[in-house]
Design a protein. Sequence first.
Length: 309
Amino acid sequence: MTTLTITHTHTEGTLIDGTSRGDGSADALKANRWRWSRNLGSWYIPSSRDHDARGWQIEATARQLREAGFEVEIEVDNTARPTAEVEADKAARAADRAAALDAKAARHQSAADAHHAAADQISSGIPFGQPILVGHHSEGRARRDAAKIHTNMRKAIDAGEAAREAERKANAARVNTRPEHPSTTANRLDKLRAELRKLERQQRPGYTVASGSAVIAEVSHEDIADTPRMEQLREQIAYWEGVRAQQIADGKVLDTSAAKAGDLVQVRGGTWWRIKRANTKTLTLESGGCSIRAQRHQVTALRPGPDAD
């Protein structure tokens, strides 16, 4: 009986070892949304790298494989990697993917050029406007030439489209090799901080988990302890706060911490707005009888109001 091993780490994601072509494991894996990777030489769960293991998906896969006659072992390590290492690894993978797609685009474009040249070479020997002379001794060759021209042009068009698609994907991959946009960093920090606050609330004494009117569980002093996820969130927040501070130091994002009511701001350029009210994360702005609310990280210019000293 074949033994299969499902492993999970933050570095590699969720993989399975021990499968082989035609052994009957593919049906169970496909049914549970695994994919085959030629680069890895293994089945894997998409988007499982740098996340905790999806226990429900792993258990469902193992159960179906056992029903198919396999022995299945499961090894899970949910130890998170430092955020700096995760981001560096992500950028390196994106650069490798972009380079591979650039090479693929070049191959397709070369093929397209070759097919165009072949079609042009054949058509250059045919007088412009020359019809196929039915019944003439040249009819057979003329029809073969027309078919070859059509085939080469079709292949040239298909190869050109494939080259453009590969180039589009390469450009998309290159986005992940560049420094993150300041607005993206700000939104990421907001999301991470909100999740951490939620988990911290759940750790306070007296916090209850209820279903309707029935209390399922209540947090006591003995239950209070940081969870691995809370520790990971604090590490991620510290990393991205460093990125944010560097963005401010480099002038890529405006520091609006001193903005106050009465000051004037621009939001992504254009109109100058007067700050009506300044909150921790947002600014209420007014101009010409209109009023809007903007996130602080959307402000691109700031100057003191006319009443400032």
